[in-house]
Ligand binder design. Structure first.
Ligand code: SF4
Length: 378
């Protein structure tokens, strides 16, 4: 099973962020939150027994705001509640402004965190300021060096392309600087303009302008080319890794494995049941203390499961296994969508081989539009 732990606190809110995050008021709220996580972990042990867990992922928010003693309490609780498998991948997201203390990073490593995902987002300070990030480019590089010093041998860098004021040249320069650091993994996300964020309002008012669509397309395609020329394999729309360093947790999620999400706002899927913990801390606390977590689960319908299989597997470069689709739906994907598949093949947006249907590089760029068409002909 995959285990996800959500830490919803951030020091400040970034201008483009629509993730679930709360301002961190004080250390006390972090400690109280850790206590709730520990309670929730024990609850799942009583409910499921010592289930085998092979990946743990601390996401947020900003998990690196957790003090070492809090991380230690959580890992002890996990160890007591689950059967943590040998070779466990334990990822933690960290933001440069919250983990500048070398001893903190060394402490994480010695507690067992073995994959660090650094939220750099850019290596251009002017762009970082516009995104409302709390760090600058130099801090980003420094954190990477500190993480290496602390012994991390599996580091991901999160970067964003398509930012206001960014040009293709600037994006490729950022990627080149990032590659100079020699990370094992890079996640390169296209900026998505989310409603009701300060950045969306600035764009709507014309105060800032996003790169034109064709410039953004070049950033995606030329960026992927550059990364692949430097030995990084694209295994999902936004994810590139050295051979053997794909993120097992995210891969499991795209493969439709079961995952248990702990913490406020965390989502879980066990068997055909899915639920989301309440986002508001008082409601989450109430649920944990009353032993009602998971009680609000919804049964996934067969149509939802089929849709997810298509959506998640077409994000990856392994693509959709046609037999798996047939088993789940009792139908043939190729027959069902024959006219659309013909058009997509003619336009070199998909490829079919070895029993799999995959999106080409250009297909990945327009994956949302392709998925919409597949679902429209369902
Ligand atoms: S650090 Fe991440 S989660 Fe927190 S506000 Fe910024 S983008 Fe959102």
């Amino acid at each position: 099973m995959l285990l996800y732990i959500h830490v919803p606190f951030c020091r400040s809110k970034c201008a483009y962020c629509s993730f679930f995050s709360l301002p961190l008021s004080d250390e006390l709220s972090l400690n109280a939150y850790v206590s709730l996580l520990v309670e929730e972990i024990a609850f799942w042990n009583r409910r499921l027994g010592r289930v085998a867990v092979d990946t743990v992922y601390f996401g947020g928010g900003t998990p690196s705001l957790l003090p070492l003693v809090g991380v230690e309490r959580i890992i002890h609780a996990l160890d007591a509640a689950f059967s943590l498998q040998s070779g466990l991948e334990w990822s933690m997201e960290a933001n440069p402004e919250s983990c500048g203390d070398p001893e903190y990073l060394r402490g994480l490593k010695s507690l067992g965190v073995n994959r660090l995902s650094l939220g750099l987002q850019s290596l251009d300070t002017a762009l970082l300021r516009r995104l409302g990030r709390a760090h600058d480019a130099a801090q980003g590089v420094r954190i990477f060096d500190l993480a290496r010093w602390a012994g991390f041998e599996n580091i991901n860098l999160d970067l964003i392309w398509g930012q206001p004021g960014q040009r293709l040249r600037g994006w490729l320069q950022t990627l080149t600087k990032a590659l100079d650091l020699q990370p094992e993994h890079l996640s390169c996300y296209g900026l998505s303009l989310e409603q009701d964020t300060p950045l969306a309002r600035e764009v709507a008012s014309g105060k800032v302008v996003l790169p034109a669509e064709d410039e953004q397309a070049k950033m995606f395609l030329h960026g992927a080319e550059l990364l692949e020329s430097k030995g990084r394999i694209q295994y999902e729309i936004s994810n590139f890794s050295r051979m053997g360093y794909a993120c097992l947790h995210n891969q499991g999620y795209w493969e439709g494995r079961e995952y248990l999400g702990l913490g406020a706002g965390a989502v879980s899927t066990l068997g055909e049941r899915r639920w989301e913990n309440p986002r508001a801390l008082p409601a989450y606390a109430l649920l944990v203390r009353s032993g009602q977590v998971g009680g609000q689960a919804q049964e996934l319908t067969p149509a939802e499961r089929i849709r997810e299989l298509v959506m998640l597997s077409l994000r990856t470069t392994r693509g959709l296994e046609l037999n798996a689709y047939g088993k789940l739906s009792g139908r043939s994907f190729l027959h069902e969508h024959a006219p659309l598949i013909q058009v997509l093949r003619q336009n070199e947006l998909i490829r079919i081989s070895d029993g799999r249907l995959r999106l080409s590089k250009t297909g990945l760029l327009v994956s949302n539009a392709i998925l919409e068409r597949f679902f429209a002909t369902d």
